[in-house]
Write a protein that binds this ligand. Structure first.
Ligand code: MCU
Length: 394
């Protein structure tokens, strides 16, 4: 078991400011992918620091631009598009926030129940949960239940296009369920921002979910800069695992979920992903870059030693993802913790101190040591999986 902790001081910021740097605006050209773009084949994990036109990322600002490109690549090759909406309205009564979204003269509405902490002080930081929370209660933190299955179903691969998202954008919308959920959480945050009386501090929002909902939580955090702490739990392949590493693990004889299997099981991903699942080395992205989209915001990846989830794949994938935080000089915002020997989605007590530390730091803006959390029982050699240089961008 590797656990490395070093102390880093975090500068105090004014109340109500986010603990992480707000994303800078970038030029409109960032994220434009030529329509005829053909990604090259690469068996190792693609370089976060080189644009598809070959230019190197030389500054934090360049990296913001590359993040737009990475998000556009995820949309084009794996996740589908996360659309905008014409308007969002919130209303709040009996601890339920009703979110009404209108687009193209059609409207949908969903309810999110807010559970307030017994202790603590309003306005409360909040963790949005996809499904019921599988992490323990946290002092002073509200939990907001996001009804992800209503927004986009996850009943099985033949049930594509079901849920409120598709009522608004059509059954043939490119978004898979994970992207539709990300859209829904963004609209929930829009509603929180404009609704009085919720007693939620919108500057300190986290997101979590376990297993399939952990895949969702990761994508939600990657696609909305207002989320300060992303906690994907036991998300496995399609979450904290990498497609390439999963295929290699499967080829070596382990029963692990792969791209080719995942599209036969459910509607989590866009149908745009289908043709790539038999040639994942031709994808210009992999899931280390999902961590790269969350950076420099807080990311605590909780995993479990179950073959199907791919504990080697997730350790390699997140180990390489951590290099983005290193390049940005923000290693205290990243944690990976794989503790096994417990049932799927049963959060073990031994992970609680890490969770509490990340919550204190990224949802309460307290000075806490969160640097260098990387726990795995797997023997991994990261340099087998990436062939690029990690620049110093800070
Ligand atoms: C880890 O998440 C999924 C997994 O991808 C599926 O293959 C399996 O069927 O279900 C897991 C899950 O969501 O368990 C609750």
């Amino acid at each position: 078991m590797v656990s490395l902790l070093a102390t880093v001081l975090c500068l105090a910021v004014a109340p109500l400011a986010t603990a992480y740097p707000k994303a800078e605006a970038v030029e409109a050209r960032c994220g434009n992918i030529p329509s005829n773009y053909q990604p090259p084949s690469i068996t190792t994990l693609p370089d976060p620091f080189t644009f598809i036109n070959g230019d190197r990322v030389k500054s934090k600002r360049d990296f913001r631009c590359r993040q737009k490109e990475i998000a556009a690549l995820f949309a084009r090759f794996e996740l589908g598009d996360k659309p905008a909406a014409d308007s969002v309205k919130g209303s709040f009564a009996n601890n339920i926030l009703t979110v009404t979204v209108t687009n193209n003269k059609k409207s949908i509405a969903f309810n999110a129940t807010i559970t307030y902490p017994e202790k603590g002080k309003a306005p409360y930081p909040a963790i949005i949960t996809l499904g019921y929370p599988n992490i323990p209660k946290l002092d002073g933190v509200a939990f907001i239940n996001f009804p992800n299955d209503q927004i986009a179903g996850q009943i099985g691969a033949s049930y594509r296009g079901q849920g409120l998202f598709y009522e608004l954008y059509g059954k043939n919308a490119s978004a898979g369920s994970l992207t539709a959920w990300a859209w829904g959480v963004s609209r929930l945050i829009d509603a929180l921002e404009e609704t009085r009386g919720t007693k939620i501090n919108v500057e300190f929002i986290g997101v979590t979910g376990c297993s399939r909902n952990g895949k969702g939580a990761f994508v939600v955090g990657a696609l909305d800069d207002r989320i300060g702490l992303t906690i994907p739990q036991e998300s496995g392949t399609g979450g904290s695992g990498c497609w390439r590493v999963a295929d290699a693990t499967k080829a070596a004889g382990t029963n692990i979920q792969t791209a080719a299997q995942i599209i036969t099981e459910n509607t989590w991903l866009s149908q745009r992903f289908d043709p790539w699942t038999t040639k994942v080395s031709s994808l210009p992205i992999d899931h280390h870059l999902l961590a790269g989209l969350v950076a420099p915001r807080g990311l605590l990846v909780i995993d479990n030693d179950i073959d199907w989830l791919g504990p080697t794949s997730t350790a390699v994938c997140m180990g390489v993802g951590q290099l983005v935080y290193k390049a940005l000089g923000e290693t205290d915002a990243f944690g990976y913790s794989d503790v096994g020997a417990h049932n799927h989605c049963l959060f073990p007590d031994s992970q609680k101190p890490q969770l509490e530390a990340f919550v204190k730091k990224w949802l309460f803006d307290k000075e806490v040591d969160t640097d260098g959390v990387f726990v795995t029982s797997r023997n991994i050699t990261l340099t087998d999986w990436y062939k690029w240089k990690v620049p110093r961008l800070y």
